[in-house]
Design a protein around this ligand. Structure first.
Ligand code: ADP
Ligand code: MG
Length: 166
């Protein structure tokens, strides 16, 4: 194939590229620095860019750089993410079976996060990819999700990733 002809070690722009083999750019460092800040302080962050500009790849590198002893990365991606699927997806990644009703599942998620933080000292970092496809209802739900203890505390770092229209 063309790789040996051009003396390439690997097919360029392939999705299987390892994160330590990525092209290092100043902008990627800056994004990862900001995402680390959001993870440390459990903030809400939004990462936007056109299709194929490297958002998911940057997230992959960011999450691989996080210390697993302090952070638990929860990753969701899906065009038809309803609030129920959202809570179910997060709870499954935390090893729990979600309760049926949305309100119950939300309470369950908050409870699991409190346990994870209180007992193990691990902070959740939730990444929602392709977030430009989220419905209005789902975006509204995110607001309520982040309201924890009368809005005095953030339950997680939430990073929404999507195309520019997000
Ligand atoms: N820093 C990088 N170095 C090398 N390849 C990259 C880099 N960033 C992205 N790519 C490649 O570009 C392609 C598109 O990136 P992707 O993260 O899927 O974009 P997006 O999520 O913004 O649509 C992928 O195949 C990926 O391997
Ligand atoms: Mg992507």
């Amino acid at each position: 194939m063309f790789e040996p002809f051009y003396h390439l070690n690997q097919t360029p722009l392939s999705r299987v590229i390892l994160t330590d083999k990525l092209y290092d750019s100043l902008s990627m460092d800056e994004i990862i620095g900001r995402l680390n800040y959001a993870a440390e302080r459990q903030l809400f962050a939004v990462l936007t860019g056109d299709c194929g500009t490297g958002k998911t790849t940057t997230i992959r590198r960011f999450t691989q750089g996080l210390d697993a002893a302090h952070y638990n990365v929860l990753y969701l991606s899906g065009s038809k993410l309803t609030p129920r699927h959202f809570y179910k997806g997060l709870l499954e990644q935390l090893g729990c079976e979600a309760k049926f009703y949305r309100g119950d599942a939300k309470g369950q998620l908050h409870h699991e996060i409190e346990l994870m933080r209180g007992i193990h000292g691990i902070q959740p970092v939730c990444v929602v990819d392709e977030a430009h496809l989220l419905s209005r209802e789902m975006l509204e739900e995110v607001r309520f999700l982040l309201n924890f203890k009368m809005d005095s505390q953030s339950p997680m770092a939430l990073i929404m990733v999507g195309q520019s229209k997000l």
